[in-house]
Design a protein around this ligand. Structure first.
Ligand code: GLA
Length: 385
């Protein structure tokens, strides 16, 4: 497919239009036009200007991504009748994201999920991290990658439009060793995938575990709870947690437990069971150990929403996935269009290495060393049935 990039100044908004010329040879499903648009989205209290990128693929799917926190602000996908709805939770304005964001749509880093007692020892040196979840470190600390402004540039590929984000995390930031240079590329493909490619390099050994924290509701954001979604997770085992949600180190079979999603079942089917792990997580808030994780992009999970027919498949190169059933949502977040996000109105599928890996020698290593390159890819693919 041929394409060309036109850059023009439209009032205050910078519009980058990628025009796709023809779709011969069945290269793509859509006959429409891919588009990238860039516009101002406000200013942080520190005076940094934030931009919003709007990506549209050839089938009309639309993703809006901002440079603050690399946040996916909205994601519109069709139902079985072709009707678009926004399937992610979030806010209408930058100020609301800055005020109180439980990681809606965010990039999470330098370390997704918890590190126990906010410390770890690497090459004989103990590092103390910011404690922001009781005595533990959660999602990169007090000012994680979800709260920084990324530098952005538009990306155009034959079958996708996207935005490439850059952030340099300083040596010592939130307690981590080493300067970490990160690049993250969001691509909205003509196969209806939101593809996220992460890359990072460091100048000192450091743990790295980047993920994405969209809260999904495939019936449309703010329309109800997610308990009727049918979920499959391709995992025979999960990592049970202690009372502060730190993995015990065990890889436990899901067999005969509410954690068994090997065959799709409604999220609500077993969530109310009297089960120790569900009690500790206040629902599902656990890491599953993905089957056959060999570093290639493989199917990790699949969610189906029966009333709209929307299906989301999650593919990843990562060995784990955190399934969080929105247990901390309690109606105190008023989101896009004034929708009130009540208990379990969204769920997250966060691809990752396992929580607390820096303190768990039996878990796959998360240590990146100088000269090596961290790479990770996750894809959320939308279809209907
Ligand atoms: C992750 C954690 C949860 C919670 C959510 C955000 O899923 O495991 O405990 O912090 O993020 O609220």
């Amino acid at each position: 497919m041929k394409s060309r990039l036109i850059e023009a100044l439209c009032g205050v908004a910078m519009c980058l239009t990628v025009v796709t010329c023809g779709t011969q040879g069945g290269e793509t499903k859509g006959e429409g036009t891919m588009n990238i648009e860039r516009q101002p989205f406000g200013t942080t209290p520190a005076g940094a200007e934030v931009e919003l990128y709007t990506l549209v693929n050839a089938n009309g799917l639309r993703a809006r991504i901002m440079t603050y926190g690399g946040i996916v602000v909205s994601l519109e996908t069709p139902d079985r009748d072709g009707k678009l709805a926004d399937v992610t939770l979030g806010y209408d304005t930058l100020q609301e994201y800055i005020r109180d964001n439980p990681y809606f749509g965010s990039v999470v880093g330098r370390y997704g999920n918890r590190i126990g007692k906010a410390r770890f020892t690497l090459d004989g040196v103990e590092y103390v991290l910011a404690a922001n979840d009781g005595e533990n470190h959660l999602h990169g600390g007090l000012r994680g990658f979800d709260k920084v402004v990324w530098r952005a540039e538009p990306v155009e590929r034959d079958d996708a439009v996207g935005v490439k984000l850059h952030y340099v995390s300083k040596d010592g930031e939130e307690g981590y060793p080493g300067t970490l240079t990160c690049t993250l590329t969001y691509l909205l493909t003509n196969n209806d995938e939101l593809r996220i490619e992460y890359e990072a390099e460091t100048d000192k050994p450091t743990p790295v575990n980047l993920t994405h924290h969209s809260y999904f509701n495939l019936a449309g954001q703010g329309t109800g709870d997610i308990l009727g979604h049918e979920l499959m997770i391709n995992a025979d085992r999960f990592t049970p947690v202690d009372a502060s949600l730190i993995p015990t180190g065990e890889l436990r079979s899901v067999e005969d437990t509410p954690m068994d999603f090997r065959t799709a079942k409604p999220i609500g089917r077993d969530i109310g069971q009297d089960d120790e792990q569900l009690r500790l997580g206040k629902g599902y808030d656990h890491n599953w150990v993905l089957n056959d994780a060999d570093g290639s992009l493989a199917l990790a999970a699949r969610a189906f929403e029966p009333t709209t027919g929307r299906v989301m498949e999650v593919y990843t190169t990562e060995p784990g996935i955190q399934f969080y059933s929105g247990n901390f949502l309690d109606g105190s977040n008023v989101g896009k269009g004034g929708k009130v996000y009540e208990h379990r109105y969204g769920f997250c599928l966060e691809t990752q290495h396992f929580p607390d890996s820096p303190n768990k020698p039996n878990f796959p290593s998360v240590i990146l060393r100088p000269g090596d390159r961290y790479t990770s890819t996750t894809m959320y693919k939308f279809v209907t049935e």
